[in-house]
Design a protein around this ligand. Sequence first.
Ligand code: F6R
Length: 241
Amino acid sequence: MYKIFETVDEVSRYTAQRLLDKIKALPAAALGLATGSTMEPVYAQLLQYLQQSPVDLSKLTTFNLDEYIGLSAEHPQSYNYYMYQHLFNKLNIPAQNVHLPDGLTTDIETACQTYSNAIQALGGLDLQLLGIGSNGHIGFNEPLTCFNSRTHVVELSEQTRIDNGRFFTDQSEVPTHALTLGIQDILEAKEIILVATGNNKAEIMAQLFTSAIDETLPASALKQHPNFTIVLDREAAALLP
Ligand code: F6R
């Protein structure tokens, strides 16, 4: 299903409301969360809704999609840091229920397996929130990632490192590798919402709209999902056929 709104504000209100509805309907939900610029207004809106009308979050569990390898949770560009800044420091989710890949893990293989297993042990994610890279990545699953992948290490593409360079003082500081939930883990979520806003997502959204389900475009895997919503602002939808 496609939902197209005029503004980022409307996109954020709709998406935050979907998250809130899920939490209200299923207080022990397992939510899959994303980072990035797209999610900042979504999380700000969710916080606003929760401030206006508090909801018990004591049973909620969250799993973040990805983390840069080599960045500690205290590094301002780490996704751990982002999540605490934008959401977790302001919400009462029990610390043991918050899961993020550890960018400093020394036993990567075990860490990856443990992460996917923990999600499966909860019966899969109830709702997965996604952004999309300008090259079609979801999580950090770059083009040509197997659709049956589980949590794994990826080498970031040049495009992704350039796109994300805006968050770092120098392009050379952008990590080369990351840990990410696999595409299979994402597809097993019961419900998926992909959010794309701004001109720089218009081209990839047009490609996604017309493309076959193919590993060259990771987000195309989502087209086979029975409960998948794409939420766009007018700019990101500008090139849709
Ligand atoms: C972030 C993530 C990425 C981003 C994507 C878009 O956790 O998984 O797939 O969603 O790179 O990033 P923004 O929103 O910054 O354009």
